[in-house]
Design a protein around this ligand. Structure first.
Ligand SMILES: [Zn+2]
Ligand SMILES: [Zn+2]
Length: 385
């Protein structure tokens, strides 16, 4: 397996700022980048940091209406915040341009892999999967993930693109764009919409028309743990990849499934991200010419996001990294967050549940897996395991 990686990080990501009281803090991306650097990942010969261009308005039109693009451009020239949804998504001064930086990084991540400058690519500033064609949602203004999928279709003429979304929230904005399109298979694994925004992503949502069977949703109950999550992942993801044989894989790598994340209720540890990163790397080489374009996404805990993304990145390039976090990074963490820094990359403890609760959650996970297998597998002629 070859393992070159193009990393797209830009200090301008920090300007995507909804205000200091908002849960989305972009300096989590800075801390992730600096953690990679302190662990020696960025000085490796197989990791490059190419420059990239802002996305153009034409790129934004791949996924968004002209009216919506105009609205964002206008609002971002005004003073102060302008609400864009009923929650906490707002336009702010400069929102249009910084969003184009984030989308531009995802487009460049696609180009790097498709033009074989690198086997894999990573844009930690991407993964804004909730933005819809004509409206912002869930902290997402422009949907770089959907635009990247469109770019693979338009520029590279791919006919089989897998969009895998491991964020704790359903990847609703991307699913919507490709719901009747068999050329982009959207697969989202998330906490059930019964208990979490955006209240969609049920197992009966499987696409329609020609796209029927090319959307899959695996909703999981609150308090799903590593072993249950990984068993569910294994029961769904590899069989679909083996059958679909994607020409490229876009992975939205939200890490708000981690137990330290307070915005949602799955309780994964770093072990799960090691396994997911490793498995996706293997599957990409086996079925997709190694083409993995990994994007960031949700994740709101300073403790977990920098570590989890670094672990995923390391697995995608097959790098061995030390567990101990260098003291320089710990000092930076404390300076930025005012909190005590984690001292190890990998979690040393996991939340525990009573045997009764664990068994109950295990049953719910198995039922959800069965529903996906029943609804989607027959359309592709896959035998249920
Ligand atoms: Zn590789
Ligand atoms: Zn999320």
């Amino acid at each position: 397996m070859t393992n070159t990686l193009a990393l797209f990080y830009d200090e301008r990501f920090m300007k995507y700022d909804f205000g200091s009281y908002h849960p989305l803090h972009q300096d989590r991306i800075l801390l992730h980048y600096e953690l990679c650097k302190s662990l020696g990942l960025l000085s490796r010969k197989d990791v490059s940091e190419p420059s990239f261009e802002l996305a153009t308005e034409e790129h934004l039109r791949y996924a968004h209406t002209q009216d919506y693009i105009d609205q964002i451009r206008t609002l971002s020239q005004q003073e102060g915040y302008s609400p864009l949804d009923r929650g906490d998504t707002r336009a702010f001064p400069g929102a249009y341009d910084v969003s184009r930086v984030m989308v531009g990084a995802s487009l460049a991540a696609v180009d790097a892999v498709m033009q074989r400058h690198s086997d894999h690519s990573w844009n930690p500033g991407g993964g804004m999967h909730h933005a819809h064609a004509d409206r912002a949602s869930g902290f997402c203004i422009f949907n770089d993930a959907a635009i990247a999928c469109h770019h693979l279709k338009r520029r590279y003429k791919l006919k089989r693109i897998l969009y895998l979304d491991i964020d704790v929230h359903h990847g609703d904005g991307v699913e919507e764009q490709f719901y009747s399109d068999p050329e982009v298979f959207t697969l989202s694994i998330h906490q059930t919409g019964r208990t979490l925004f955006p209240q969609t992503g049920y197992s009966h949502e499987i696409g329609d028309g020609e796209g029927r069977g090319y959307t899959a949703n695996l909703p999981l109950p609150p308090y799903t743990q590593d072993d249950q999550y990984l068993a569910a992942f294994e029961a769904i993801v590899p069989p679909l990849i083996k059958s679909y044989k994607p020409e490229a894989i876009i992975m939205q790598s939200g890490v708000d499934t981690h137990f330290q994340d307070e915005i949602a209720h799955l309780i994964l540890t770093t072990h799960a991200f090691t396994q997911i990163g490793r498995r996706m790397h293997e599957l990409a080489h086996e079925y997709s010419s190694g083409r993995v374009i990994a994007l960031g996404g949700g994740g709101y805990s300073y403790y977990s996001v920098p570590r989890c993304w670094t672990i995923i990145l390391a697995e995608i390039i097959g790098a061995e990294i030390q567990d101990e976090i260098p003291s320089g990074w710990q000092q930076l963490f404390k300076k930025i967050t005012g909190l005590e820094a984690p001292t190890t990359l990998y979690d040393k403890e996991a939340p525990t549940l009573s045997p009764t609760d664990k068994a109950r959650i295990g049953r719910l996970v198995s039922e959800s897996v069965s529903r996906v297998q029943d609804n989607v597998f027959p359309i592709h002629g896959i035998d249920k395991i």
